[in-house]
Write a protein of this length. Structure first.
Length: 170
């Protein structure tokens, strides 16, 4: 199997894991959004921002400990700072779509709010996937082919037995 195929398989696994965490995050986001809208009289975008923040926390835990658990763990402060920065940009994208639909076009029924909230999540998710994998959860560098070959050769060597000494006659 060529390295291109294994790279593609890694990307597919990464997308699947990102999608699993992200899908759960969408449910958290929409659930909190609708709960806040139902039990408070907050404006739609404020309720959405609260829901987005809750889902950002949920997603960080999922991405760090599931999707990107094998990523470089050095520099957690840098990782968290970049995650929050890119999540904030995603929050603006997501809620910008909802804001435009609600206040720009007057589409503010509960169904319309959920549709545009979901659309905003989708657009922001594309940005987040790119930014998280590119800047936040960077993969550990792959070992050089020579190092891999040396390690394989070292494993393939038979165990060195103690040298056999001729028996001395008494």
């Amino acid at each position: 199997m060529g390295s291109g195929t294994s790279g593609l398989q890694r990307l597919v696994r990464e997308i699947a894991k990102f999608g699993a965490v992200g899908g759960a995050g969408v449910l958290v986001n929409l659930g909190v959004f609708n709960l806040v809208r139902h039990v408070t009289d907050l404006q739609v975008v404020r309720a959405s921002v609260i829901a987005t923040v809750v889902s950002i926390v949920f997603n960080y835990v999922g991405f760090r400990y599931f999707t990107y658990r094998d990523a470089d763990k050095n520099g957690r402060t840098r990782e968290l700072t970049l995650f929050l920065l890119f999540s904030l940009v995603g929050l603006v994208i997501e809620n910008g779509v909802l804001y435009t639909a609600t206040y720009g076009f007057g589409w503010d029924t509960p169904l319309q709010s959920n549709i545009f909230k979901f659309l905003g999540i989708g657009i922001a998710t594309l940005f987040r996937f790119w930014s998280y994998r590119t800047w936040v959860f960077r993969a550990l560098p792959a070992p050089a082919p020579e190092a891999v070959a040396d390690a394989l050769l070292e494993q393939a060597k038979p165990a060195q037995a103690a040298p056999v000494r001729p028996r001395q006659r008494v």
